[in-house]
Ligand binder design. Structure first.
Ligand SMILES: [Zn+2]
Length: 267
């Protein structure tokens, strides 16, 4: 049986970066390509009802004892729009607890001062990139885990509950749950496999809203600008400065809310 690690390394080669400026679902065609490969793989395992719906959501059932509650496992296929997920060069390295040089040529490091939890993994092997792309472990690690669990349940002779599998597109752009068919999924209990530390179980969710603010100014030659020019960039800076100074990600923790400026651009 293919290991969860080999499966993961195979999945990260699919470019499934989502795009918040796209109106389609999935937002990018790469997610559909990956989804089709997952359906083929599930069918090859004997998951006969595996399919992709018209919106690119994947569903499948590992049959089990109908007397037991039906369990659902969910993961998302897309990776964050914040960094490229194309041509991911993943490699497995032994980790001794010090900083990791990801890319000698570009001098890119993975530092434990930036990610203190790294140190907890000393003595293990880590899967890293060359620093120029995301790895996409969020959430292809979740998909690799669910697929490997499904495969062992399909081959075991032990009694087990029915497992419902759901893979969604576009979680990273806040649309993952929008077109998920809860009724069709039909699980009594379901878990999202998408997390950080080993053993962590989250039972609350983060809630966010976003705003896109367009500001139009009035442009005129600087020499004739008196009482006429309205500089949209300066207005944007003024707008941002009106938001509470200490309600930012770098100043908040726990349940404290924050405003997060993610992008500002001028034509
Ligand atoms: Zn995720």
């Amino acid at each position: 049986m293919e290991t969860v690690q080999d499966r993961f390394l195979r999945y990260v080669r699919f470019d499934t970066q989502s795009d918040e400026n796209s109106d389609t679902c999935p937002s990018t065609p790469g997610q559909r390509t990956f989804g089709e490969a997952l359906v083929d793989e599930m069918k090859a395992m004997g998951i006969t009802d595996a399919h992709m719906d018209e919106n690119g959501y994947i569903y499948g059932t590992v049959p089990g004892d109908p007397k037991l509650p039906t369990i659902g496992l969910i993961a998302h296929m897309d990776t964050s729009p914040d960094a490229s997920g194309k041509d991911v060069q993943a490699k497995t390295v032994p980790y001794d607890g010090t900083d990791i040089l990801l890319n000698e040529e570009k001098d890119i490091w993975l530092r434990s001062s930036d990610y203190p939890s790294l140190k907890e993994n000393a003595g293990k092997h880590l899967i890293v990139t060359d620093g120029t792309t995301l790895l996409g472990a969020d959430d292809k690690a979740g998909i690799a885990e669910i697929m490997t669990a499904a495969q062992s349940l399909m081959t075991t002779r032990m009694a087990h509950a029915t497992l419902k599998i759901g893979f969604t597109p576009d979680e990273e752009i806040g649309r993952g749950a929008d077109l998920f068919d809860v009724e069709k999924f039909a699980a009594d209990y379901a878990y999202t496999v998408d997390g950080g530390p080993i053993g962590e179980l989250e039972y609350e969710n983060f809630n966010a809203a976003s705003a896109k603010v367009d500001i139009s100014g009035i442009n005129i030659h600087p020499g004739a600008a008196k009482d006429k020019m309205v500089n949209s960039l300066l207005l944007a800076m003024e707008f941002q400065s009106l938001l509470p100074l200490h309600q930012r990600p770098e100043s908040t923790e726990g349940y404290e809310g924050f405003f997060h400026l993610t992008d500002m651009e001028a034509p």
